[in-house]
Design a protein around this ligand. Structure first.
Ligand SMILES: Cc1cc2nc3c(=O)[nH]c(=O)nc-3n(C[C@H](O)[C@H](O)[C@H](O)COP(=O)(O)OP(=O)(O)OC[C@H]3O[C@@H](n4cnc5c(N)ncnc54)[C@H](O)[C@@H]3O)c2cc1C
Length: 320
């Protein structure tokens, strides 16, 4: 059945799709549909759409879904996914101007070719909007270190420029208000010889390949490293604990629930080994948290974002 667009939904030059499944738009390949999926044509289109959208309609921007579990019941409201109109990457005056839909890896390579070191982005599988929102980083460098300014469209449809101070970055966190959509960023980095930058990125890719299940269906690190944890509270008793170690010590490497598994290669990578539901993945993650708490007293914190509604309880529905 084709659904017609109700008169409350604004007109757009982009694509507005009702009931669009989201599983194929996420790395874990799970989750129910978006009530609406909106792919704006460009920034003006996005701003006009948000201005006209009823204020009570929730919106949720997604990048390439590499840090998300979308629950099996899907997401209410409008999921916004930036596409071709937001992909451009240009280099001006030693800085990189990039659309929010550009992949981190493409930005890193284009920057390297122009002699700018944004190499840490080469191995992170997201897009720039998600990288900013999450303050993505690795090998000691984060988006917070390279951002000059960003453009965003507010929930009310206003186009604004944000400074790093506005975003108040910390570990995997930015203060971007809910419902704001990042559309563009200007980044800077140290200069370097393009060949040397390419070589360093190749080495980091090889290191990832050797230590992380980069070809499996995952969303990266499942839990934050409980660094700084101290059993005595004394500064001299701070252990640099790794989440994978405490998961392993609790006997949860390889643990399974339905199609979900704690990866054998790296037990902090929750993996869809085939046929997992979002409930399998989230349920296994919660079981791991519980077991680790019992085993070592450490309360692991999710790094993967879980969004949306659980699947409707069919048994309950039938009884009613
Ligand atoms: C194999 C693997 C390795 C990984 N390694 C790392 C790593 O080393 N370091 C690291 O930091 N992360 C890592 N991650 C996690 C993930 O890649 C990052 O968090 C990434 O920045 C998410 O980007 P995304 O485009 O996929 O965002 P999504 O997962 O789609 O969304 C993440 C968040 O960003 C928001 N968002 C996305 N786009 C926009 C936008 N345009 N405007 C406003 N908000 C937006 C979403 O609403 C959501 O809150 C890894 C993931 C995988 C699968």
């Amino acid at each position: 059945m084709t659904r017609t667009i109700p008169h409350t939904m604004p007109r757009t030059r982009g694509a507005l799709t009702p009931g669009r499944p989201l599983a194929d738009l996420t790395w874990l390949r799970v989750g129910g549909p978006a009530e609406w999926l909106f792919q704006p044509a460009d920034t003006d289109d996005l701003a006009a759409f948000l201005k006209a959208l009823p204020a009570e309609m929730p919106i949720f921007p997604i990048g390439v879904g590499s840090n998300l579990i979308v629950r099996d019941g899907g997401l209410r409201g409008v999921v916004i996914r930036l596409g071709r109109g937001f992909n451009a990457i240009t280099v001006e005056d030693g800085r990189v101007r990039t659309g929010a839909a550009a992949l981190d890896a493409h930005v890193a390579r284009k920057a390297a070719a122009a002699g700018i070191d944004l190499g840490f982005l080469r191995t992170i599988p997201g897009a720039i909007g998600g990288a900013l929102r999450m303050n993505a980083g690795c090998y000691g460098r984060y988006m917070a270190d390279v951002l000059v300014e960003a453009r965003a469209v507010t929930r009310a449809g206003e186009v604004v420029t944000l400074t790093p101070g506005d975003l108040d970055f910390s570990y995997r966190y930015s203060a971007l208000p809910d419902g704001w959509v990042i559309t563009e960023a200007v980044l800077q980095g140290p200069s370097g010889a393009p060949e040397a930058l390419e070589a360093a990125m190749a080495e980091q890719l090889a290191r990832r390949d050797a230590t992380q299940p980069v070809r499996d269906r995952t969303a990266g690190s499942t839990f934050r490293n409980p660094a700084g944890y101290s059993s005595t509270g004394r500064a001299d008793d701070v252990h640099d604990l790794k989440a994978w170690r405490v998961i392993d010590a609790a006997g949860m490497r390889g643990a399974r629930r339905g199609g979900a598994v704690m990866n054998e290669m790296h037990p902090n990578f929750l993996t869809n080994a085939g046929g997992a539901t979002a409930a399998d993945l989230e349920g296994l993650g919660e079981a791991v948290r519980k077991r680790v708490l019992q085993h070592s007293g450490i309360s692991l914190e999710w790094e993967i974002m879980r969004v949306g509604e659980p699947a409707p309880d069919k048994g309950k529905e039938n009884k009613e």
